[in-house]
Ligand binder design. Sequence first.
Ligand code: IPD
Length: 277
Amino acid sequence: MADVWQSSMDHAVAVARKAGEMVRGALKDDRTVMTKSSAVDLVTQTDQKVEQLIIQSVKEKFPTHRFIGEESVAAGESCNLTDDPTWIIDPIDGTTNFVHAFPFVAVSIGFSVNKQVEFGVVYSCLEDKMFTARRGRGAFCNGEPLQVSEQTDIHQAIVATEFGSSRDPVAVDHIFRSLRNILCLPVHGVRGAGTAAINMCLVASGCVEVYYEIGIHVWDVAAGSLIVSEAGGVLMDVDGGDVDLMSRRIVAAQRTSNRQRSIAEDRQRDQVLQPAE
Ligand code: IPD
């Protein structure tokens, strides 16, 4: 049977590539920085222009579809995920990286229907890596199939996370307590690319076993979540329950062996992951 969302997915890949060109071009220009929720929650005109480019082009092709876009929400639009076909857009995931020309910057486009992600596109535009996944049809990077790591021992794992943009000392203490607990499990290492979407693609690629973060938004993780699950990984809440992409917390891991559920489950036993908020 023909895939009803194939043309939308093709469009997402094409517009993500165009958006990536815009991001690369803007890196050479002056990057005027503004702030949002805190002094370290950065936004640039390029974030806004890229989101407009994506939304405009989708509206022309698919006029009935809805949108949740990071910069539209920052400008006051609602952030409700409905059953309607919805494009979930982070025009620049890794804005701080972009501002500093730190080389991990992604355009992230998820597409959901009935609150289920149907396809995900993450374009790591400075590396020129196009990560894609279609529900039930696998995950790919530049056309090559992705497979999560087979490492089932958390002690031999690399864990990715981020510090987010809250500098509230209590929240920062929670983040550091979680980090300390994880490092002392022990694990081989803790890393962070500076973008949730690329961290999730690293899990899907098999070079990072687990990524977790508390405080992310649906646009950071919608596309990456499908890329992880289609590469054989699992998603869960930080307390080990079912993931809810709107809950602002996520664990993405290589697979659900008893051992690998441990980070989330240890949260219940030993409070490994401390809530940030
Ligand atoms: C941010 C990045 C960062 C994560 C933050 C996100 P943005 O997205 O994904 O890694 O720690 O939670 O908000 O603001 O660069 O699109």
